[in-house]
Design a protein around this ligand. Structure first.
Ligand SMILES: Nc1ncnc2c1ncn2[C@@H]1O[C@H](COP(=O)(O)OP(=O)(O)O)[C@@H](O)[C@H]1O
Ligand SMILES: [Mg+2]
Length: 182
């Protein structure tokens, strides 16, 4: 089963390809309400309505041969397998918002997987990009904003090995704390 973190990385790559300067990733884990909501939003160039209609068309989504890629359809499938919903909203020139809402306890719900790796995979190769990451688990939350980190770093690059190593520990500790030893 493919990790949801890999889908998130894929979807964020779309944002970067669409020249976004800001990507917002929000994860909301609410086992009590049997809900896992994942949202990736950007301020990139957006998707023209005719293309958006194809992307969200279930016929196109379930097709195995198509000339456009499979990033969005595969994420949509992961949501559908977990009795979830998948939605893409986009305004050309403004940005795009991809939302997947999955049933938390569904047997076919993929694990979140390596979120630290996904976040570093977005942040490190894209030093110009601002990433805002919000992760809720029950009542607790973990927040990461690279804009703030970069202004603290000043002229030191966010991709500097020592910064990356610090970031990895910071994210890992934040997520560990979020789950509170669970
Ligand atoms: N965040 C986005 N902003 C602008 N266009 C997007 C975005 N996400 C997807 N698209 C458009 O939808 C197409 C299909 O995306 P996807 O299914 O991930 O396949 P691929 O990225 O391999 O083309 C992209 O090629 C792009 O044209
Ligand atoms: Mg893609």
């Amino acid at each position: 089963m493919r990790e949801l973190a890999l889908h998130i990385l894929d979807i964020a790559q779309n944002s970067i390809a669409a020249a976004a300067s800001l990507v917002t990733i929000s994860i909301d884990e609410q086992p009590g309400r049997d809900l896992l909501r994942i949202e990736v939003a950007d301020n990139g160039r957006g998707i023209p309505p005719e293309e958006l209609a194809q992307i969200t068309d279930p016929f196109f989504t379930s097709r195995t041969t198509r000339d456009v890629g499979l990033g969005l359809p595969l994420f949509a499938q992961a949501a559908e397998r977990a009795e979830g919903k998948f939605e893409v909203k986009s305004v050309p020139g403004r940005g795009t918002e991809v939302t997947a809402t999955l049933r938390y306890s569904h047997i076919d719900r993929a694990p979140l997987g390596d979120l630290t790796g996904t976040l570093l995979g977005i942040i490190v190769p894209n030093p110009e990009l601002d990433l805002i990451y919000t992760h809720y688990y029950k009542q607790k939350s973990f927040l990461l904003g690279t804009g703030e980190i970069k202004s603290t770093l000043g002229r030191i690059a966010i991709s500097h090995p020592e910064v990356v190593s610090w970031l990895r520990d910071f994210i890992q500790a934040g997520l560990d704390d979020l789950y509170g030893g669970e």
